[in-house]
Design a protein around this ligand. Structure first.
Ligand SMILES: Nc1ncnc2c1ncn2[C@@H]1O[C@H](COP(=O)(O)OP(=O)(O)OP(=O)(O)O)[C@@H](O)[C@H]1O
Length: 277
């Protein structure tokens, strides 16, 4: 998918639906019995998951476990063969990514989807213009209010000093933040992030995560993120879901799940020190 597909897909203005009262403790996202097989590969084999408003839920698991498939199903890029997904109490299966963005479901990608020949500021302004339902490579920066909003957005992500830098000249940490800033420009209530720290140098990884967590918490955005770095999971996730062969093998707070001997062995690759042979 190209960067322009991404914004093109998000450019349609949202239609305000009738919101019905929700219980305080109702999940924002609720998946039940999701199944999807590619040939003989079961990428989802009965996924049940509730994500509560305001929580940060990390998804961990080995390569090929079906983590990205879950994000693709939730954001309208893949349709499961069985099961249901509700967002804010409403069924969303079959809705396009564009419609889901309008409903407040944002996403960032493993490989950032930026307009590489444009500056960071232009990228942000384009996302803001897309939210307004307008699309033109030139119009956004001609509108002073979009430029001002784009600068304010970049400032929240600590990217203001890089506003005039072309996206293809950014290091990976800044690129990831710029990508997430574009998703935040679309004002999501829920964001799904596929490996927000992959490729980011170890020295800057924590500051990248601290920045994005601060911005998302300030904006009261609920987050689901795929993560391979257990230190990041431990520090920033409220709960962890462990994916294994298309199923959720464990779910709970990091302090519990990351001590589970099976998780240590199968996901993190550490043999537990004391086993009951
Ligand atoms: N569009 C597709 N067509 C065919 N097979 C697919 C497709 N998408 C995913 N798969 C397969 O489904 C399985 C789960 O893939 P998925 O990308 O969801 O795993 P993952 O847990 O995100 O892995 P990774 O950590 O490597 O990104 C893999 O075996 C993958 O090859």
């Amino acid at each position: 998918m190209s960067a322009s597909d991404r914004l093109g897909a998000q450019a349609e203005p949202s239609i305000e639906g009738v919101t019905r009262p929700r219980q305080q403790d109702a999940p924002l996202l609720s998946a039940r019995g999701l199944k999807l097989a590619f040939g003989g590969v079961k990428a989802a084999d009965g996924i049940d998951l509730d994500v509560m408003p305001g929580e940060f839920l990390a998804i961990i698991g080995p390569n090929g476990a079906g983590k990205t498939t879950f994000i693709n199903m939730t954001t309208g890029y893949l349709r499961p063969q069985a099961g249901s997904i509700e967002y804010d109490g409403q069924p969303i299966l079959g809705l396009s990514p564009r419609v889901l963005v309008g409903k407040g479901i944002g996403r960032s990608f493993q490989l950032p989807q930026l307009f590489t020949e444009h500056t960071v500021l232009e990228n942000a302004a384009l996302a803001i213009a897309a939210r307004a339902g307008l699309w033109s490579p030139l119009v956004p920066l001609l509108r002073p209010q979009w430029r001002a909003e784009a600068m304010a957005l970049l400032d929240r992500f600590g990217l203001a000093p890089l506003a005039e830098v072309r996206a293809d000249a950014l290091n990976e940490g800044a690129r990831k933040l710029a990508d997430i800033a574009m998703a935040v420009a679309l004002q999501p209530r829920l964001i799904l992030m596929d490996e927000p720290t992959s490729g980011v140098a170890a020295a800057e990884k924590m500051s990248v995560v601290e920045t994005l967590v601060r911005v998302l918490r300030d904006a009261k955005v609920t987050a689901v993120f795929v993560e391979h770095d257990m230190e990041v999971v431990e520090r920033f996730a409220d709960r962890v879901a462990v994916w294994s062969q298309g199923r959720i093998a464990a779910l709970g707070p990091p302090e519990t799940v990351l001590k589970d001997p099976a998780v240590l062995r199968d996901v993190i690759g550490i043999e537990p020190a004391h086993s009951h042979a």
